[in-house]
Ligand binder design. Structure first.
Ligand code: SF4
Ligand code: SF4
Length: 361
């Protein structure tokens, strides 16, 4: 296993981080023990960063992580968890519940969780969650305050610039890198650790191996390996989160690192250019079409529309909207057809027509 410094925290974390959201939802105490064994298997292979949250695995993921870490040597692992409450009291309750479930006195990495829009970030500040998080850090209950973002690169960079955080967790992969690139650059400049989630684009890459075959470089045996390596070749990325369900998943992710040499900057630029050319007709998530005067989430809706191109199934669009972006097709209905976005779109996509199609699904 290889390790990289998590920003300026002084901690080195494994370049594959254990995502504890895909563990089997336990029905019995034995299930809890079995899920914990998957994490211990990863730990035995050198994984030292375990990312969990309330609600994962029927709200029992933190409990499973708590069981697993009791078998790990203190100081050899890091736990990351989260709270999405906006008000101070709710945030404090969430933190205390996580401490209790994990059996820890302090949480190594605690997230202001799931910022989807700048307005949500403002709300977390206004209602007190951020104040409560800073206080908990001063009390020693949180070691490093971090946040997770589903916002654009620019929006995420603006939060980073406020200087409150030691790190960020964000979606970054071969299909959305233009949308998030500015966040990675900002994190790198500010010395933040970066954990990437969704390195396989929510299953888009492994489910379309032919369409994505061109991302394979020298020595990449398959698109999944290529996608993971693409992610980790960015020097600003500290670690990629891979969701583990079985021990095989751990072994598969680690096998992708066999013989892995990070691509040079030149290779990455070439690959990114190829990706942008190849995605002619697909939305690349670059975000240049924003802002929309009617506040339509254009890149997210266009990302969902990509599914129609890749799979030809309307339901796949609706599923992507719901599961990936927590959006409804009604969002497309806010478009007033002003045309501003089409003038700015780097791919010259017929955005208005696509929004109409989504609305009609
Ligand atoms: S055409 Fe529609 S989506 Fe595009 S900027 Fe105007 S209102 Fe927004
Ligand atoms: S619609 Fe065009 S400009 Fe907007 S994110 Fe997609 S590719 Fe980029």
């Amino acid at each position: 296993m290889r390790y990289r410094p998590y920003g300026r925290t002084g901690k080195n974390i494994s370049i594959i981080a254990a995502g504890c959201m895909r563990l089997k939802t336990p029905q019995t105490e034995r299930d809890v023990q079995e899920a914990a064994q998957v994490l211990l298997h990863a730990y035995g292979k050198g994984v030292n960063f375990f990312d969990t949250a309330p609600i994962y695995c029927g709200d029992r993921s933190e409990e499973i992580v708590g069981v697993a870490i009791r078998h790990m040597k203190p100081g050899t692992y890091y736990v990351s968890t989260k709270c999405d409450e906006a008000d101070a009291e709710g945030f404090r309750r969430g933190l205390e519940r996580s401490l209790d479930r994990l059996g820890l006195d302090r949480i190594h990495f605690f997230h202001i969780w799931c910022l989807m829009t700048p307005a949500q970030w403002e709300e977390r500040k206004k209602k007190g969650a951020v104040r409560a998080a800073v206080r908990a850090k001063e009390e020693g209950l949180i070691e490093h305050l971090v946040f997770s973002s589903h916002m654009s690169g620019e929006e995420t960079a603006a939060v980073i610039a406020e200087g409150l955080f030691d790190g960020v967790t964000l979606g970054f992969n071969a299909t959305n890198f233009p949308f998030r690139r500015k966040a990675l650059q900002a994190a790198s400049r500010a010395g933040l650790g970066v954990v990437t989630m969704n390195p396989l684009a929510g299953g888009l890459i492994p489910n379309h191996p032919q369409q994505f075959d061109f991302i394979r470089g020298r020595g990449d045996p398959d698109v999944v390996t290529a996608a993971l390596r693409f992610n980790l070749s960015h020097s600003a990325v500290t670690s990629a989160l891979v969701g583990f369900r079985r021990q095989d998943d751990v072994d598969g992710a680690l096998a992708a690192l066999d013989g892995f040499t990070p691509k040079s900057n030149e290779e990455i630029v070439q690959l990114e250019q190829r990706l942008e050319q190849k995605f002619n007709g697909l939305c690349t998530g670059c975000g240049y079409c924003l802002p929309c005067p009617a506040d339509v989430s254009i890149p997210k809706l266009m990302d969902a529309y990509n599914m129609l191109i890749l799979e030809g199934q309307p339901q796949a669009v609706l599923d992507r909207l719901h599961w990936q972006w927590s959006l409804d097709k009604a969002d497309a209905g806010r478009c007033t057809a002003c045309g501003e976005c089409e003038e700015k779109c780097t791919q010259h996509l017929p955005i208005i027509e696509r929004l109409n199609q989504i609305k009609a699904l």
